[in-house]
Design a protein around this ligand. Sequence first.
Ligand code: 2HA
Ligand code: ZN
Length: 263
Amino acid sequence: MNTIQDVIQIIDLLYKHNWDERNGGNLSYLLSEEEVKDICDIHHPLRTFSYSFDMKELIGKYILITGTGKYFKNCLKDPKNNLGILRVEDAHTLSLLWGYEDGGSPTSEAPTHLKCHIERLKVDPLHRLVIHCHPTNIICMTHIHSLDSNRFTETLWKMQTESIVVFPEGIAVLPWMLCGGEEIGDATAAHMKDYRSVVWAQHGIFCTGKTLDEVFGLIETIEKAAEIYMKICDKKIIQSIKNEELIQLATAFKVEYRKGIID
Ligand code: 2HA
Ligand code: ZN
């Protein structure tokens, strides 16, 4: 149960940061067969779920996915009703091995999560995790800042020294779109070819990575930069981080920063 406990702890932290009110947010985490065997019987699927899009790249993979309509607030006290562990059986079918005990099903954003896993695994074989949440200051920023991905990234990089070190590839931003649908899922996954983070205007963020710490840290750092922006955006700025200082940082910390933003 250790893996599940680690995931639940992160879900609880996300809730305590006020980034997952009510049933807001969802999470999916690729598990190894060994991790799943520690938790449940992998030979007796309980139910199946069908999807129209093609997920053949994920066949055989095990995924923990938060349940639809479920509250992050409740995962700690009741994981078996709020989370599910599934296996990708074929290009269109997930089978449930554990969880959703009250008859539930995967989050409405499951197709977006699965498409993001497919794209991230192509660029990072160690990729495992997708978290969607509603961080307050990131949402605030999408009301008052340009939604151009490069301009959004430049502002976040210039808010604090650690931004360019933590997300050197930048942040992609999507305009407002209907959530839970195919169009936003495809647009998000398309950006995942070269970003780990995609902001949904007036909604929240999708962040991806190898570990719970990496992805939680990414969300924290982006949200912190957005918080600083929201605190100073209507103040008279008398000094800021300069382009050449960002380049100096990237060189010192040996990160490849996205070109075309500050140079
Ligand atoms: O699952 O956050 O985007 C609730 C949401 C949908
Ligand atoms: Zn959401």
